[in-house]
Write a protein that binds this ligand. Structure first.
Ligand code: SAM
Length: 337
């Protein structure tokens, strides 16, 4: 156990929030062009770092009290060597001596073959993005012609190998997939996965967000309740999703409602972009270049000091829908969700 004057190290911001959850975007390349995230074109790309650089960052963050690391992107499974990276992360310990909770968010397209190696390497859990259970609707949203079967196979493989609980994320956009709410309820029950609906946030490349396009928590709940009653289940304080189970105990639904019911006061997250910059909020308008410090030869202690200082400056909250809202300095595909 690493201790500082008898206390286990933790990262805390100026509002007293403990920062325990690190997300690392290991690339900002993606093989999907989801309408709520991308334009139909390739767009700008930032650099990817060698895994050894992300590993050093992860080790320092863990020593400062990070307990959970989620790999994201871009699409993390596009990165060769990601399985070995998971294996290296699985050896790290948080400042309390415990292993890290290792998770990944993926579009699932390449997951069917990688689920077993990822599990063997030490990945604990996976979240797969799937925005429709209807294959044609899925293609319209992802702009990929035949991805649905691959993603479904990926979800089933993840479940089979025990990357549990497998969560399926669905970003709802009015006019695209709000009619998928009840079909997703049936899907959660039939497949034994947790389906989580996410309110659309203004983080997309195409700047198509408007409040009218957001399908809000109350509407999602209302539609699902018409299908079958839901019972709310308790959740951890820092958990982003409100959780529900159907009244017969079969099928869990989550709703992540950052637009209509912000949870910034409980935020425990911090992010590293694929080019090694720290973002303290999805909606940050500036970043903190950790990789540049590493490149200039900073010691682990200097990097840890830098991280502590950056964490203190974490934003109080986002300003979605308010007159003073400033768009984030990067879009979601470059931040890592
Ligand atoms: N490629 C991976 C995937 O598709 O899951 C990981 C990266 S993706 C940016 C991470 C998550 O962000 C996904 O669950 C995606 O649905 C979500 N996301 C992307 N753009 C979003 C937006 N504008 N509003 C809400 N969620 C968004």
């Amino acid at each position: 156990m690493r201790e500082d004057q008898g206390l286990v190290l933790t990262l805390t911001d100026k509002f007293g929030r403990a920062i325990t959850d690190l997300r690392i975007a290991v690339t900002d390349h993606c093989n999907y062009r989801c309408v709520y995230c991308r334009t139909g074109n390739e767009g700008p790309l930032y650099a990817d770092l060698p895994f050894s650089d992300y590993l050093r960052m992860a080790r320092i963050f863990a020593g400062l009290g990070i307990k959970k690391i989620r790999l994201t992107g871009g699409e993390p499974l596009l990165r060769r060597g990601v399985v070995d990276f998971v294996r290296q992360l699985s050896i790290l310990r948080s400042s309390d001596g415990q292993p890290l909770d290792l998770a990944m968010t993926s579009n699932g397209h390449l997951l069917a073959e990688l689920a077993a190696p990822l599990k063997q390497a030490g990945l604990d859990r996976i979240t797969v993005s799937m925005d429709a259970v209807d294959p044609d609707r899925f293609s319209r949203i992802t702009r990929v012609a035949r991805g649905f079967d691959s993603v479904l196979a990926g979800i089933r493989a993840a479940k089979r190998v025990g990357l549990a609980p497998v969560k399926v994320n669905c970003v709802l956009m009015r006019g695209f997939n709000e009619d998928q709410i009840v079909p997703f309820g049936r899907f959660a029950r039939a497949e034994g996965v947790v389906v989580r609906f996410i309110e659309f946030m203004p983080l997309e490349e195409g700047r198509v967000w408007s409040p009218d396009v957001v399908v809000k928590l109350e509407e999602i709940l209302g539609r699902m309740m018409e299908f079958r009653p839901l019972v709310e289940i308790p959740r951890a304080r820092s958990e982003t999703a409100r959780r529900y189970v159907f009244d017969d105990g079969i099928g869990e639904i989550g709703i992540i409602a950052p637009v209509s019911h912000p949870f910034c006061g409980q935020c425990s997250r911090i992010r590293i972009t694929s080019d090694g910059k720290i973002r303290t909020c999805l909606f940050s308008v500036w970043e903190h270049d950790l990789h540049e410090l590493m490149r200039r030869g900073a010691s682990d202690e200097q990097l840890a000091d830098f991280i502590r200082t950056v964490v203190i400056s974490k934003e109080a909250r986002h300003h979605i829908g308010e007159p003073d809202f400033l768009p984030a300095s990067r879009t979601m595909v470059h931040i890592g969700g």
